[in-house]
Ligand binder design. Structure first.
Ligand code: SF4
Ligand code: SF4
Length: 483
């Protein structure tokens, strides 16, 4: 907490938070920390204010109230991170190379400070959501992409002042992250790109405009009509123009090529890791695989790539010597549905603490859509942008699309290639898209003889015991079937 307040103070001293009116919509603890001086934290962040909208949603808060909110959220967040690492500490045979990813997502992560240094060098930080935003474009504009989808329970309560209680916890948590000024990543962001996917994301993007420059990327619900690629290309062009204005840089073919080469290497490493999880001996806990995927939300991409390849070297040795982290015959589980985002690892912990091993996931905070890197025909700008559409948007199997039949094909293929014994279908309470699609996925899996357990939950810990009982019974049933 001290580090976080110091970080916010440092940003304030650097002039990265601007001053605002007395009747500010939100102000930071920095105000309290600097003797009541009126600093902006969530709202009016960044230097160019000309395109910030007049606040329509944001609530007015006293410095004292914001300080209490920041303290409460930070304390609860720290507890949940420690709790996760305690649970991971109980898992056997974690690879030594996981220490890097633990640190990256841990409370002493060096990344916030690195971002601060990059901002001092004049770089912009662009937050983004979902997996639809081609981060290569942000990188080619000499800015730093960070993904801000939040799995933090602690930041839900501030958002409930603005959002209906029934909304999915990821939307609430992501807004609360900004309202509470709790995240050094969000506070480092100069702007965010929000794809319009589900209803919650559409409105989250609208509300965030009160706090930070927000570009809403229009994503179609249907991908199977003839003109759809042109439609997405045009939407990307609108986003690029807005990002060019924000960063003050023009998108150049050479820089885009370099960025794509960087992410191609990243994706190759990610694919290499996935391939190692297919064999009969599981060299890595599923929880660790989620940690690896999600540290990429914030990390420096080339460094992450090196560390993943280092992890893969270690795992390859394990595979060669037939070493598994799980017990022989452990049920091989695939997780699909709403994203499982750190520190909300409730479901993965329960599965793996009770004898299951998650060998694959089909979620947007894991390994969805990493089958192949970006494929470019010719290194000209239009071809590269088309390749990004074909990589990041068209193959995505998020339930926000309809009819989303490709998700069925992908799951059928995964169930076979990972030798899956059972599927855990995760629904974040309030996520109607994944809830509705669970029916067709259950029917599909049944036709392949694969049992499915649907778990509807949120970020709280209140239902842990009830879910534990269901997961235990599910795993026991699979073990009995395998005998
Ligand atoms: S589930 Fe879909 S809409 Fe939600 S964050 Fe993932 S990709 Fe975006
Ligand atoms: S989990 Fe569902 S409701 Fe939540 S952001 Fe993703 S698609 Fe939207």
């Amino acid at each position: 907490l001290v580090t976080l307040i110091t970080f916010i103070k440092e940003l304030t001293e650097m002039g990265l938070f601007s001053k605002k009116s007395k009747k500010a919509v939100a102000s930071s603890t920095a105000a309290a920390e600097t003797g009541g001086e009126d600093h902006a934290c969530g709202i009016l962040q960044g230097e160019d204010r000309s395109h910030l909208v007049e606040p329509k949603y944001a609530v007015e808060m006293s410095d004292r109230r914001l300080e209490l909110m920041l303290n409460k959220c930070s304390k609860e967040y720290a507890e949940s991170v420690r709790d996760n690492f305690d649970k991971l500490g109980e898992a056997t045979d974690r690879p030594a190379a996981m220490a890097y990813f633990d640190r990256m997502l841990g409370l002493d992560s060096p990344r916030p400070e690195e971002l601060q240094k990059l901002k001092l060098q004049g770089k912009k930080v662009i937050g983004y959501y979902c997996m639809f935003v081609p981060k290569e474009i942000i990188m080619a504009l000499d800015a730093v992409p960070i993904r801000l989808c939040s799995g933090i329970a602690a930041t839900i309560y501030p958002s409930e002042e603005l959002l209906p209680n029934v909304l999915c916890p990821m939307i609430k948590s992501s807004l609360g992250l900004k309202m509470s000024c709790m995240s050094p990543y969000f506070e480092a962001a100069d702007a965010v790109v929000m794809p319009i996917t589900c209803d919650g994301k559409a409105k989250l993007g609208e509300i965030l405009q009160d706090y930070i420059p927000t570009i809403q990327l229009n994503i179609p619900r249907r991908k199977d009509s003839a003109h759809i690629t042109d439609f997405i290309d045009n939407e990307l062009k609108v986003m690029i123009t807005e990002l060019e204005e924000l960063t003050g840089n023009r998108l150049k073919a050479g820089a885009l090529k370099e960025a794509i080469k960087t992410t191609q290497a990243e994706q190759q490493a990610h694919i290499r890791l996935q391939e190692l999880r297919k064999g009969p001996d599981a060299p890595l806990w599923g929880r660790d695989a989620f940690l690896v995927s999600q540290s990429l939300f914030y990390d420096d991409i080339p460094r992450w790539t090196v560390e993943v390849n280092r992890l893969c070297d270690e795992l390859e040795a394990r595979v060669r010597s037939k070493k598994s982290v799980a017990q022989p015959g452990a049920p091989r589980i695939l997780v699909t549905g709403s994203p499982v985002i750190f520190p909300n690892f409730k479901i993965p912990h329960l599965i793996e603490e009770h004898g299951g091993i998650i060998v694959a996931d089909e979620t947007c905070a894991g390994t969805r859509n990493i089958k192949e890197p970006v494929v470019v025909d010719e290194w000209i700008k239009s071809d590269m942008l088309r390749a990004l559409t074909e990589k990041h948007i068209l193959p995505c199997t998020c339930a926000c699309f309809t009819p989303n039949l490709s998700r069925m094909d992908v799951l059928t293929e995964m169930v076979e290639s990972y030798a899956i014994d059972g599927v855990c279908y995760h629904v974040l309470r309030g996520c109607l898209n994944y809830d509705i699609e669970s029916r067709k996925i259950e029917k599909l899996l049944k036709s392949h003889g694969i049992p499915m357990l649907k778990v509807e939950t949120d970020y709280s810990q209140e239902d842990v015991e009830q879910i534990r009982t269901r997961i235990e019974a599910f795993l026991e049933m699979i073990v009995a079937r395998k005998r």
